[in-house]
Design a protein. Structure first.
Length: 250
């Protein structure tokens, strides 16, 4: 296992970082193929464009990869994930199924499919995909799947299941910032403000950032009765993210 700074090699490292980005959903694109095959370069380019939020060139390059190699599973994966973001769910499902038909045991692809099912409110189906990924003995980043399972369980209203998954993620990788933020949010929602504060402080100490956690910091400090603490987080939020929608929630 390689918690941070433990690195997951090659394309996996790039795409693992896409699995948990932003507050709305997780982008499960992965492009890990050390052997090399036609279309790899286009998939790499597509994945990088996707990471940067450039959806149109990402899609075009993934489609070029399929021209070079129609059976490239990660090209189908990139395209599926883009269509999922665009809410073109039928096309997303078609490409996910094509990818899974080509590499049915790829843990990152299983997580991407699980993310899709979770977004479609098939929580049991999503949980099964995350578990299948975890059951792969060659999977070298189980904390990612555990975190995804925790996020999906929270969406399903299963707080206890979510907490168990997130604790397993942090046991495997104590500095994994997405799991730290999810635990902070979960504890805050459960009224465990001091515990939430601890997880949020660990999140920032591990390099986490963003408007969403800063707003959470404001709320936690207010709940604890710390006006200076809340003011500090609010100042950081206003200074660093003046146009963020979280400003309207202060």
């Amino acid at each position: 296992m390689t918690p941070p700074g433990r690195r997951v090699g090659g394309w996996t490292a790039l795409i693992a970082s896409l699995l948990l980005i932003g507050c709305a959903g997780d982008k499960g694109v992965r492009s890990d193929n050390p052997e090399g095959r036609p279309g790899d370069l286009y998939v790499q380019i597509a994945a990088e464009y996707y990471r940067l939020g450039e959806i149109e060139p990402a899609l075009k390059n993934a489609q070029k990869a399929l021209v070079e190699d129609p059976d490239h599973p990660q090209a189908h994966n990139v395209i599926a994930t883009i269509y999922q973001q665009l809410r073109q769910y039928d096309e997303a499902e078609r490409h996910f199924r094509l990818a899974l038909g080509l590499t049915p045991n790829d843990p990152y692809l299983l997580m991407a499919w699980g993310n899709f099912l979770c977004d479609r409110n098939d929580y049991a189906g999503a949980a099964a995909q995350y578990q299948q990924a975890l059951d792969n003995p060659l999977f070298n980043a189980p904390w990612v799947a555990e975190t995804r399972a925790g996020i999906c369980a929270r969406r399903a209203g299963q707080a206890a299941t979510a907490e168990q998954a997130l604790r397993r993620a942090l046991s495997a990788n104590p500095g994994y910032v997405p799991a730290l933020l999810e635990m902070a949010e979960l504890d805050y929602a459960q009224g465990r403000q001091r515990s939430a504060k601890g997880y949020l402080e660990r999140y920032f100490a591990a390099g986490g950032r963003g408007a969403r956690p800063l707003l959470l910091g404001v709320r936690i400090e207010r709940a604890l009765g710390s006006r200076p603490g809340a003011a500090r987080y609010e100042k950081l939020l206003r200074q660093n993210y003046p146009d963020a929608p979280e400003i309207q929630s202060l």
